[in-house]
Design a protein around this ligand. Structure first.
Ligand SMILES: Nc1ncnc2c1ncn2[C@@H]1O[C@H](COP(=O)(O)OP(=O)(O)OP(=O)(O)O)[C@@H](O)[C@H]1O
Length: 603
């Protein structure tokens, strides 16, 4: 656990560490203040118990004379006011410190989850292809919240209480070593024993909570994500049943961890009461039964106990909570570490601004001897793929399902880095540092277009905050993607909301928004992956005509299953088993390539 604590500390930014130091000072001052409030009650009670101390040569008598007050009662009154002021100031200072501690931990928690989100957002495509979004969402939303609420926050509180306990015990030790040692032994051992008993259970619970939370998010993601299939297949009950089971198991583990950290308090309170009884008996015997002389001591012990017991309890509860939720920290630790590095590397540029660097091809884009295998797969998806896309021409990629067309496009888009071979822009290999500039000139229309639950306008200018959207460009892109007729029919036009994932639109409409999105960024290379598959014949022809209108001004690469789509292409590449097996115009290929001819016949 200590190792994990160290790692957590190392995750803090230097700013956060400085703040932690400041808080540490606050905590120490707060402990002094609380201790002063405990100790101040003693002399006051001693005076109340024995007013004769104000006569003679003792310190109280001297102070009384110095004060010049008329009667011992008035002096007692002002001593009382003084003690109350100390108590009040200590309370105010504690409030301020606790306030700062609470805010510190939530801010650190928020920053850690932002770091995690940033880290995931900057991961390459392959990372996302191998990690479900529900898992990542769970890590950011739930696991980092657990780290905040059940590790960082308890840690801060425990830290404060540890200092307080240490100070108070030290003060008690000077006051009466035997009582102090007996107190530490009694309560320290009781809590330590308790902790040893529940420790393993806490760890197991923590792991189970992580597992069940992941499962709950997965079920929600699948259930809502595939709601059409769920409804048609009547699988709601199965989803709900599994969700209920996971929730029950989660509740059981999480609840047990909470209970294990809180319940022992009552047992300890019983021990504390017995200890008080023994203490009174002990003090009475050692002071020959004189209540007056033990009253100040008893008040100090009572107030010290009043502060110490909850502090002990808080320390125990914090350790249990940290132990019980360490699994959450372990599951996001690596991402947060990596996120710290992304921090320094995160590009300052915002992709929304107009003056982005652009790397546009003047003559050609070439995929040169590309070899690429997906992680964990023996057989490469592309082996030795060569193709050249002349600038400002329309090029089609065709081939059987699984032949490697989408992978080729991913290499072209710079989403995956081939193990061998290069992407050449005008004959020059595309460097890692130029990737952003290259991607800035690309417009991509994927097979299934992701639409967010926002207006058509925001979906066309995807990811841009509303105030940065260029209206003229949206309208131009919408018009080029033949969205005009749809917009005319909608009372709210571009302001129409499309529903989550665009459920309120037809497949063809979604795809036209996808095309408009690709055109909004003033793409010079348009890449379309089966982009017209969901369009009716007439709309498809309109869009294909629009796309071919760009011929001569934009470079267009399109994947097509239906060969009709590539009829007008300047060049068609036939891909099979990760290689280009033939190339030429549509007519050339129909004439000389049997595979292509068969595909054309079945189109
Ligand atoms: N993320 C991935 N992880 C592992 N293997 C993958 C991944 N994506 C694709 N593949 C594999 O790579 C090979 C090529 O797939 P690719 O998607 O490029 O083919 P495609 O020609 O675009 O197929 P389709 O026309 O059906 O979309 C296939 O064998 C596929 O199983």
């Amino acid at each position: 656990m200590l190792q994990n604590m160290k790692e957590l500390y190392l995750l803090l930014t230097s700013e956060q560490r400085k703040k932690l130091l400041y808080l540490q000072v606050l905590v120490i001052v707060m402990s002094f203040a609380e201790m002063a409030s405990v100790l101040a009650i003693g002399p006051f009670m001693a005076l109340v118990g024995d007013m004769s101390q104000l006569q003679g040569n003792g310190l109280p008598a001297k102070l009384y004379q110095l004060s010049g007050l008329s009667s011992p009662e008035t002096f007692l009154f002002w001593v009382g006011v003084g003690v109350l002021t100390i108590l009040l100031l200590a309370a105010l200072f504690s409030m301020y410190t606790v306030w700062c501690l609470a805010l510190y931990s939530t801010h650190v928690g928020a920053e850690l989850s932002s770091r995690l989100f940033r880290h995931y957002m900057y991961q390459p495509w392959l990372f996302h292809a191998g990690n479900s979004s529900s898992h990542l969402t769970n890590q950011i939303a739930q696991e980092s919240l657990r780290v905040t609420n059940y590790i960082i926050n308890p840690l801060m509180q425990m830290n404060a209480k540890l200092v307080l306990v240490l100070m108070l015990m030290l003060a008690m030790f000077f006051y009466n070593p035997m009582v102090a040692v007996a107190g530490v032994l009694l309560f320290g051992t009781a809590y330590l024993l308790l902790y040893r008993i529940v420790r393993r259970r806490l760890v197991e619970n923590g792991k189970r909570v992580s597992r069940q939370q992941t499962l709950r998010f997965k079920l929600m993601g699948e259930g809502f994500g595939g709601i059409k299939d769920t409804l048609l297949l009547g699988r709601q009950a199965l989803f709900v049943e599994r969700f209920v089971d996971a929730s029950e198991s989660f509740a059981q583990s999480h609840g047990t961890t909470l209970a294990l950290s809180q319940v022992p308090r009552y047992a300890i309170e019983a021990i504390a009461f017995s200890a008080v009884v023994f203490l009174v008996l002990y003090l009475l015997t050692s002071h020959q039964g004189s209540l007056g002389s033990i009253l100040p001591m008893l008040s100090i012990y009572a107030l010290a106990g009043f502060k110490l017991l909850p502090a002990f309890q808080k320390i125990y509860a914090s350790v249990s909570s940290i132990r019980g939720n360490m699994a959450a920290f372990e599951s996001i630790r690596d991402g947060m570490y990596a996120g710290t590095q992304d921090y320094s590397q995160a590009p300052a540029e915002k992709s929304s601004t107009a003056n982005l660097k652009r790397l546009a091809p003047r003559q050609s884009i070439t995929l040169d001897d590309i070899v690429f295998a997906y992680p964990g797969k023996k057989e490469p998806a592309l082996h030795g793929l060569n193709l050249t896309i002349p600038a400002r021409k329309v090029v089609g990629l065709v081939g059987a399902s699984g032949s490697g067309k989408s992978t080729t496009i991913d290499v072209l888009l710079g989403l995956v880095t081939p193990q061998q071979g290069n992407v050449l822009i005008d004959g020059k290999p595309l460097q890692e540092k130029d990737k952003r500039a290259w991607q800035n000139i690309l417009g991509f229309v994927p097979q299934s277009i992701f639409l967010s639950d926002a207006s058509i306008r925001e979906n066309i200018a995807f990811g841009l905050p509303p105030e940065e959207i260029d209206e003229a460009r949206v309208e131009q892109a919408a018009s080029m993607a033949h969205l005009d007729e749809l917009l005319v029919d909608l009372p709210d036009g571009l302001d129409t909301f499309v529903g989550e994932r665009g459920v309120q639109l037809s497949g063809g409409q979604r795809q036209r928004i996808g095309i408009a999105r690709a055109l909004y960024g003033n793409a010079e290379v348009l890449v379309l992956d089966e982009a017209t598959s969901a369009l009716d014949g007439i709309t498809e022809k309109l869009i294909m005509d629009a796309i071919h209108d760009f011929s001569g001004s934009k470079t267009i690469v399109m994947i097509a299953h239906r060969l009709a789509t590539v009829k007008q292409c300047d060049k068609v590449y036939l891909i099979s088993h990760g290689k280009v097996i033939d190339q030429g115009s549509y007519e050339d290929l129909v004439r000389r390539n049997d595979v292509f001819k068969r595909m054309a016949e079945h189109a």
